[in-house]
Design a protein around this ligand. Structure first.
Ligand code: DAH
Length: 330
């Protein structure tokens, strides 16, 4: 055995080492043959020889493993010298990842508002009735509270149905002035061509001390934002209703699909609704203990923005995980 150990020491490369291993431990190897002899021995001598052979095998394996490491490193160093590893090599067929269009749209929205000094706030996905409904001035009888629209847990907590509760959480935590957006997932019991049970919203809130903030401020920032997102589109504000804003408006842009000719997406109206907004209802300030302030808020659906930006006709294709969709956004 000492002879083999010495031979291991003398091996100059991995090939030689492997040949030696086969010579000793291969199917017809020297040590393997010795092990085969155990079969014909009586119990006593079997035990004795087995213990000697196992010790020899162990000794060989240890010396082998040690040498293997050294030779492997040497061979790697050789290859490096030969420049077999070309770190500047570029594989044209390599598959690159891509941001999901919902995430890249979200990033574009966030970047716009961060550039205007808005902070980015986060809130929990599991909410309670107070933050999701009550403090937003949604009366107990409001249909949005219905089991039909909201996922409730047994203990009356719920999956937030919009990002607006983060307005409340931020106002409870901070004093005005506030200038925030909050992006994130929201949940509703809905599933058809244009609705999925989970989708994303970005909510915005600005509150100033005194009567500094008006609907005109809201209108100008949203017009600038929508031009930033969609380029040269027409924009209109339509009177609407939300419990937490008064006055409220829904905002439309001219249809990006038909550019004003009328099509299926805009239902021949030539307009597409893209967000809701308004001046914060004074009742909301009552729930968070704010006095003598003014502010505005807005909320939008990120999937809808992504669909309009990339002309994706079916909302559900954003959630099917089909790589062919992602490949178009690389
Ligand atoms: N929370 C509303 C929704 O989910 C969106 C919204 C509308 C948010 C108007 C606002 C707003 O802050 O002012 O449909």
């Amino acid at each position: 055995m000492q002879d083999f150990i010495k031979q291991i020491e003398e091996c100059k490369n991995l090939n030689e080492l492997e040949s030696l291993r086969i010579l000793v431990l291969g199917k017809k190897g020297k040590l393997t043959e010795q092990f085969a002899k155990l079969r014909n021995l009586d119990a006593e001598s079997k035990k004795e020889l087995a213990s000697t052979l196992n010790a020899q095998k162990e000794e060989f394996n240890q010396a082998y493993a040690k040498k293997f490491k050294i030779l492997e490193q040497e061979s790697l160093n050789e290859k490096m010298k030969e420049n077999i590893f070309n770190f500047t090599y570029f594989d044209k067929n390599a598959q690159n990842g891509a941001l999901h269009p919902v995430m890249s749209t979200m990033d574009k929205i966030i970047e716009y508002f961060v550039s205007l000094n808005f902070s980015v706030e986060k809130g929990p996905l599991i909410e309670d009735d107070f933050h999701n409904f009550e403090a937003l001035n949604l009366p107990k009888s409001h249909p949005a509270r219905d089991m039909q629209d909201t996922f409730y847990f047994k203990d009356k907590r719920l999956l937030r149905t919009h990002t607006s509760p983060v307005q409340i959480r931020t106002m409870l935590k901070q004093k005005p002035p506030i200038r925030m957006i909050t992006p994130g997932a929201v949940f509703r019991r809905d599933f058809d061509l244009t609705h999925t049970p989970m989708f994303h919203q970005v909510e915005g809130l600005v509150v100033e001390n005194g009567q500094k903030v008006s609907f005109a401020n809201l209108k100008s920032i949203l017009e600038d934002f929508l031009h930033h997102m969609f380029g040269d589109v027409k924009i209109r504000f339509r009177p609407s209703f939300f419990p937490f804003t008064e006055p409220s408006a829904e905002v439309d842009i001219s249809c990006v699909f038909c550019k004003g000719c009328g099509c299926r997406v805009c239902k021949n109206t030539t307009w597409l609704e893209v967000l809701g907004c308004g001046v914060v209802d004074p009742n909301v300030y009552g729930f968070v203990g704010y006095k003598n302030v003014s502010g505005y808020a807005f909320g939008l659906g990120v999937e809808r923005f992504a669909m309009l930006l990339h002309q994706i006709p079916d909302l559900r294709s954003l959630f099917e995980g089909d790589l062919r969709l992602l490949e178009q956004f690389r």
